[in-house]
Design a protein around this ligand. Structure first.
Ligand SMILES: [Mg+2]
Length: 288
């Protein structure tokens, strides 16, 4: 009897170890989830912090909820985004940022290894493409890549059109429209893309939200499967539609572009609608 008791006691550490391993495995498969959060209209509106957004992000960090800020803006670098958030009292690192410039660089590396590209864009886009080893040229490129910028000229657009007509493929980092609001206005890539389309007769292949190309590469960046992702955004046509395409859960905030009275006009709907991010309660009901 006594040796049997000793044998059992000896096995205790092994049993506890097995228990810990299987618990960890269970946690990693059952409880893995994360948030992809849009910034403009969700965290800030133009240069103004949206009330409670700083508390919301602090809450995520305190509860160790994984999150990535997902931005269609390809001109701002990750450092720019971190700096802007920091100036509003939101402390994050560059690893928390995933933008359409990064998604574009990943797409081109996968699909056009060794290609040359001519860029109609600025800042973060140039940096991401260069970082990925993509050769940037001003003559006979394989690809013309359109991103945001403030230094456009009709001459630059004209040259891009010539390159496309000469055989270059046309890619856009996103197709965001202008918000068309005084004080919050920017040109939006859709306006420039329309100019090039009209002159070249070609439509760009679009990488940014709602394209599944960016949604999927962002999920891969977070090491999450589609059913583990919840996207939070203010725009039905990009954040919510992109999430629906991918099978993500979706939360619409009404602190930006979307108008609550017009939601019925869409053939798809978010899983949750809240007035601002700080109204979201955790854990989300679909995490149970
Ligand atoms: Mg937005």
């Amino acid at each position: 009897m006594l040796p049997r008791v000793f044998q059992l006691i000896q096995r205790v550490p092994a049993i506890l170890y097995q228990y810990r391993i299987s618990r960890k495995r269970l946690e990693s498969t059952m409880k893995k989830y994360g948030l992809m959060i849009d910034m403009d209209g969700v965290i800030y509106a133009g240069e103004e912090l949206i009330e409670g957004a700083d508390t919301f992000v602090r809450h995520l960090a305190d509860r160790k909820i994984p999150f990535t800020f997902l931005s269609n803006n390809s001109a701002n670098s990750r450092a720019d985004a971190v700096g802007k958030l920091g100036s509003m009292g939101i402390d994050v690192t560059e690893e928390h940022i995933y933008n359409s410039a990064m998604a574009t660089a990943t797409f081109i590396t996968d699909h056009y290894p060794g290609c040359t590209a001519h860029v109609l864009g600025e800042g973060g886009l140039l940096k991401s493409l260069d970082h990925a080893g993509i050769k940037l040229v001003d003559k006979d490129p394989d690809l013309v890549i359109l991103g945001e910028g403030k230094e456009f000229s009709l001459n630059k657009v004209h040259r891009a059109v010539e390159m496309i007509l000469g055989g270059a493929r046309f890619i856009a980092t996103n197709r965001d429209p202008s918000p068309r609001r005084a004080g919050w206005n920017n040109l939006g890539i859709a306006a420039t893309a329309a100019m090039i389309e009209e002159a070249s007769g070609r439509q760009p292949f679009v990488i940014g939200k709602p394209s599944p190309v960016m949604m999927r590469s962002a999920a891969a960046y977070m090491h999450l499967r589609p059913e583990q992702v919840t996207v939070i955004g203010d725009t039905m046509e990009t954040d919510i539609k992109g999430g629906i395409y991918m099978g993500f859960k979706t939360i619409l905030v009404l602190s930006g572009i979307a108008d609550e009275n017009q939601l019925v006009q869409y053939g798809y709907r978010p899983d949750l609608v809240v007035s601002c991010v700080n109204d979201i309660n955790f854990p989300l009901k679909w995490w149970a």
